[in-house]
Design a protein. Structure first.
Length: 324
């Protein structure tokens, strides 16, 4: 899959895809994309490639308008309004906060969310089967995923008594995630140390709070701030020799000890199929929102060795990928 170079404009808030300046004939469908973090090529390439497979070709009959908030929550409403003003045919929202901002910005332009936790519980849609309104999409969170994160990190650190949870209180989905993780930890007799970061500036203090609380490990909730600053988190954990579990499989390939969750490239491919159905006249109110049908477990043995940990055979047997 080819890599695209993002042309970052106006302080990083907007990005344009290559080839969009070419002369285009016939109907050109305009798709907006609102990202809470920083634009990355891999998942969006997956979306563009899937759209091409479905007959919507970038630079011919497809144009993409991208806005990225760069982990600054205060930018999201403004960028949502910018995209709505462009009157695209569909807008994709990556993350719960961006989807909620777009919901407040328009009731007429179809919205397809991706990497969203519990869209019903956060008020985005009425139900998965019948979303209602102008929104549908692809969720990233199964009911038992929080419990699975707790199960896996306690297998890795069996003598743990205190677990820190990195979360963002400004992200409504993180309230649900934290609740589920706390419940699972309590059932195992473990203490929870919630540490919060609502922006990149908050992250160092949040991580130091986890260390000061003598946390035996860190559970990272799925959020734009954590995702955009994952390398800083990974480096901090390495420095403190603290195990951690992350929500995106690729993060273990990048140095995290263990990661369990949905492959975001597959989520974007699912989103592309929903977008194509809407462009052909489908009503988002009646297009069922999709739940993940597969989760990936990736374990990084190099990181485990650096932390002085032996990965249990039970975890290795369940891993989809092991980084050696």
């Amino acid at each position: 899959m080819r890599r695209r170079e993002f042309l970052i404009l106006t302080g990083g808030a907007a990005a344009a895809w290559p080839h969009l300046g070419r002369a285009q004939q016939g109907k050109v469908y305009k798709v907006g994309l609102l990202i809470g973090g920083f634009p990355t090529t891999r998942p969006v390439d997956a979306f563009v490639d899937e759209m091409r497979r479905l007959g919507y070709i970038e630079g011919q009959n497809l144009a993409i308008e991208l806005r990225a908030a760069e982990s600054r929550a205060e930018r999201v409403p403004m960028l949502a309004a910018e995209l709505v003003a462009l009157q695209p045919d569909v807008i994709i929202a990556r993350s719960t906060p961006t989807a909620l901002a777009l919901k407040h910005a328009t009731t007429s332009i179809p919205i397809v969310f991706v990497i969203v936790t519990d869209p019903v519980g956060t008020g985005l849609i009425r139900s998965l089967a019948h979303p209602g309104g102008n929104i549908t999409g692809v969720t990233d969170w199964a009911a038992e995923l929080g419990a699975k994160h707790v199960e896996m990190i306690t297998e890795m650190v069996p003598n743990a008594s205190r677990m820190a949870v990195l979360w963002n209180p400004r992200n409504p989905a993180n309230t649900i995630i934290l609740r589920d993780i706390e419940k699972a930890l309590t059932q195992r007799g473990l203490a929870t140390i919630p540490v919060s970061a609502t922006s990149p500036d908050d992250l160092p203090a949040a991580l130091e709070q986890a260390a000061a609380g003598n946390a035996d490990a860190l559970i990272v909730a799925s959020d734009t701030v954590a995702s955009a600053n994952r390398q800083k988190i990974i480096e901090f954990l390495a420095q403190k020799r603290m195990p951690g579990i992350f929500p995106v499989p690729s993060q273990a390939r990048g140095g995290a000890l263990i990661a369990y969750g949905v492959d975001d490239t597959e989520s974007y491919r699912h989103a592309a199929r929903l977008v194509a159905r809407i462009l052909k006249g489908g009503d988002p109110a009646e297009l069922p929102a999709e739940e993940p049908d597969r989760f990936e477990l990736v374990i990084n043995l190099r990181t485990a060795k650096a932390l002085g940990l032996v990965v249990p055979a039970s975890l290795l047997a369940r891993a989809d990928e092991v980084v050696e």
